[in-house]
Design a protein around this ligand. Structure first.
Ligand SMILES: *Cc1c(COP(=O)(O)O)cnc(C)c1O
Length: 357
């Protein structure tokens, strides 16, 4: 039996979108591939609310995160982490010999714009990374205020991880001034895992050109050049064409739903899960900055999440335990991509029944 996924990626994919993955191959150097990538880029520009170049990478989100910090740091990176995925960005810097410092908030807390200001004011950094939506703790950072601070430092490249939020909530990339904004297919966009997407500003591209060792497969200069030179909309190596077929189709469905409606649907679902969590458990994270795409619930009843999931599996549902050290202290319910309220309510009622709440 297929289990309905309430885990924060991969998410359930609509059957007709899955079917698009089975379309026959085309030449990745032909006109059809260019038209396909152009069509995808134009729709993604609307989702990202940006005029910047859209790039695709046949990697998961981590691929372009590593590309961003490696290719665009000339001096030193300031990595603001509020959980596991921010920590990972710092690790990527260290493993690539990119000078970096990590500024880590306590689990459940957001990035404080004052801390960003204090770090950047030292003049030590020329790149900053921010996690928009930290999937381990269910926090959505106050990026408007953070962006205001970063704008005071025009030499700093602003990179943002929107892997678990782009397509599920309003992220006006250009208004915020994000230079390198990264997401992947298997979360709010509602596709199978395997492709990473980013918007890249001219500033980020110019910076990367000054960095001597950028690797090759994830070199953002190579990737951008293949898109922009002669408006080619191509890709340096062979991309996952199957993902591109499905992505183009799914983006049309997203446009049909309407971005406003899609964001509103995510917020409605988030509200229901938060209320439910407060009634039977407690919210783990700072209530001022809760995520619209997933909820991290404090396990105040000391339930065994593994056992709960085993029972839920019998009814065709799967939720997520806490991430890393939060494994038994929390559990997580994702409400992203094409999830609907009825299915979500079905899950919550089933949990109540199993736990005798
Ligand atoms: C899932 C996730 C990632 C990692 O993305 P992959 O596509 O698995 O490489 C990074 N950041 C956040 C916030 C995530 O939720």
């Amino acid at each position: 039996m297929h289990k309905k996924l309430f885990i924060p990626g991969p998410v359930d994919v609509r059957p007709d979108v899955l079917q698009k993955m089975a379309d026959p191959m085309i030449s990745h150097r032909g006109k059809a591939a260019t038209a396909l990538q152009k069509s995808i880029s134009e729709k993604l520009r609307k989702v990202f609310q940006t005029k910047n170049t859209i790039v695709l990478s046949t990697t998961s989100g981590s691929g372009l995160m590593e590309s961003a910090i490696r290719c665009c740091t000339a001096k030193r990176a300031a990595v603001f982490s509020i959980g596991a995925f921010g920590d990972r960005w710092y690790k990527m810097a260290v493993s690539n010999n990119v000078p970096a410092d990590k500024f880590r908030a306590e689990d459940g807390k957001a990035t404080d714009p004052k801390d960003v200001d204090a770090a950047l004011a030292t003049g030590k950094y020329d790149l900053v990374t921010i996690t928009h939506n930290e999937t381990s703790v269910g926090i959505m950072n106050p990026v408007e205020e953070i962006a205001k601070v970063i704008k005071k430092y025009p030499d700093v490249i602003f990179c943002m991880d929107t892997v678990s939020s782009m397509g599920g909530t309003d992220i006006p990339v250009d208004e915020l001034g994000v230079d390198f904004c990264i997401t992947s297919t298997q979360k709010c966009l509602g596709l199978p895992p395997g492709m990473s997407i980013a918007s890249v500003s001219q500033r980020a591209y110019e910076r990367a050109k000054t960095v001597p060792y950028r690797g090759l497969y994830l070199d953002i200069v190579e990737i951008v050049d293949k898109v922009v030179v002669d408006d080619k909309y191509q890709y340096p190596s062979t991309p996952s064409l199957s993902h591109m077929f499905a992505l183009d189709y799914q983006l049309s469905l997203i446009m049909e739903e309407g971005l406003e409606n899609r964001f509103a649907r995510h917020i409605e679902m988030a509200k229901v899960v938060r209320e439910w969590a407060k009634k039977y458990f407690a919210l783990f994270s700072d209530e001022r900055y809760l995520s619209n795409t997933l909820t991290t619930i404090a396990n105040t009843r000391g339930i065994n999440v593994g056992d709960l999931n085993k029972k839920l599996a019998e009814y065709g549902y799967e939720i997520s335990n806490g991430y890393g050290a939060l494994k038994e202290k929390t559990f997580r319910i994702a409400h992203m991509a094409d999830m609907d309220m009825d299915t979500l309510q079905g899950l919550l009622r089933k949990i109540e029944e199993i736990l005798g709440l």
